[in-house]
Design a binder for this molecule. Sequence first.
Ligand SMILES: *[C@@H]1O[C@H](CO)[C@@H](O)[C@H](O)[C@H]1NC(C)=O
Ligand SMILES: *[C@@H]1O[C@H](CO)[C@@H](O)[C@H](O)[C@H]1NC(C)=O
Ligand SMILES: *[C@@H]1O[C@H](CO)[C@@H](O)[C@H](O)[C@H]1NC(C)=O
Ligand SMILES: *[C@@H]1O[C@H](CO)[C@@H](O)[C@H](O)[C@H]1NC(C)=O
Ligand SMILES: *[C@@H]1O[C@H](CO)[C@@H](O)[C@H](O)[C@H]1NC(C)=O
Length: 469
Amino acid sequence: MLVALACVVAVLAQPLLASPTSLRLSKRDDQPGLQSSSALVERQVQGIEALLNRTALLSWETGAHLEALVEFHSPSLSPFSSESDWSELTPRDAAFLPPGLLSRVGQIMGNASESGGPQLMQDGSAADPASVGPFVVLANFTLDNDGSELVQGVGRGEIEAAVQRQVDVLLQGTPKTADGAISHRTEDVELWSDFVYMVPPFFAYLGALTQNRTLLQAAYDQCRLYREHLRVSSGDEAGLWRHIDNRFEGGGDMRDDGLWATGNGWAAQGMLRVLASFANQDDDDLQNAFESQARDLGDWVKEIVERTWEMPRRSGLLYNYLNDTSSFADASGSAILASATYRLAYVAREFDGLSSSAPSSSSLSAAERMYRTLITSDGRHLSNPQGVLRPVVDPMSFDLQLDNVRADGSGSVSPEGEAFVLLLESARRDYLANGGDVPDVSADSGADRAGAASSLVGVLAAVAVLLFA
Ligand SMILES: *[C@@H]1O[C@H](CO)[C@@H](O)[C@H](O)[C@H]1NC(C)=O
Ligand SMILES: *[C@@H]1O[C@H](CO)[C@@H](O)[C@H](O)[C@H]1NC(C)=O
Ligand SMILES: *[C@@H]1O[C@H](CO)[C@@H](O)[C@H](O)[C@H]1NC(C)=O
Ligand SMILES: *[C@@H]1O[C@H](CO)[C@@H](O)[C@H](O)[C@H]1NC(C)=O
Ligand SMILES: *[C@@H]1O[C@H](CO)[C@@H](O)[C@H](O)[C@H]1NC(C)=O
């Protein structure tokens, strides 16, 4: 199917290349899909996408799903693209959209225009629905004329109004802390690390595409404020983020001081998207104006990444709460944190002035080891061909392991975990395609070799018992 898509894209691209205004050769420099460096195989990608189609239904799951599709299939449309064209979209770019994106955005818009509510998808979270915002905006910019091809009866005017309602309810209609951090929830003031993936990338993406300084600044300010509230400031864990803070006027009952692995991943990956939107936008004035903010974001992500890989592991995986060995091993948080490490390595190479944010070689090695632990040929953590990731945290209750996960896909699945695998594959691919080195971890790929060695010893022992009994 990827080959077919590539052919369609190539055919569509021909007449575009002939026209003098559309010589966008850079569109072909970002390599989509799997590459020779990938351990993941095509059948697993199909499996993961089928699972996402079936299970990614809630707002943040949809946001993670669509981001994974863009980064994996359409890297030239992501702010991580090797060129700045992603921020100058036209209907010609419709040819590069990932399969399935328009139909999902069409459903979202159909529902949003029916409900008429302020959020793009109805949710008790103030933040999660904003995670689909970038893809509504992406679809909007690539539609022809009045935009009516997206969903019957919903034209461009209504799409734009729905996006504006989502911006307005966040900036003006959601409870805030006294210092201006927007609550993750609609009913009271709660700061969840998850927010940083849901809202700032939306503000930054829309801000870059519409040259809106207010939105770009809001993206940065929310990252800064959330970090001030959630970052551990001293001790061995300094630099990692707690999950949920409620210690201020108007704070609700929900609090989680634990260093949730997935939450640190949401924060790191969200800040990376904001950083790329600042550093890689087409408008030079805005790019210059946000240079120091981009540098801050690089430092803040590096802090999370470096501390993460100093934390303990069990059979190669990070713990659900990073420093708590009584919690369980979690492949989902492990995947997004490995992804963030490769993305950080990529942006530190790609953008001038960010080289000091490059992860250390030991962090990069740890991320590579994690990639190989997750995508082993025996399918222990990612089944083949179904692409089921396990063991994983329950997306609906962040301190429990998800029950009834089955390798064949007939049980429960973590939609966000599935999306994280594609984000990891994409981040690693882009880093390698742009001259990054993959650390050689073959001599020490810990758990796998130890596991293989001990089963070999077991077989030899059994043979010896049979021979000499
Ligand atoms: C997922 O759904 C989209 C939209 O319906 C479709 O284009 C795509 O082929 C589906 N992917 C898989 C692997 O089923
Ligand atoms: C939105 O609408 C579709 C049908 O167009 C429906 O199947 C779906 O459940 C609705 N809700 C969400 C959250 O997408
Ligand atoms: C929607 O697309 C139009 C046409 O490209 C553009 O002018 C407008 O700024 C876009 N609005 C949003 C919210 O994406
Ligand atoms: C930028 O976005 C904000 C928030 O939606 C809006 O109030 C403002 O008018 C926009 N500025 C410009 C110049 O469009
Ligand atoms: C994890 O780190 C936090 C923040 O430093 C600390 O409060 C907590 O006691 C640590 N937990 C364990 C199990 O060490």
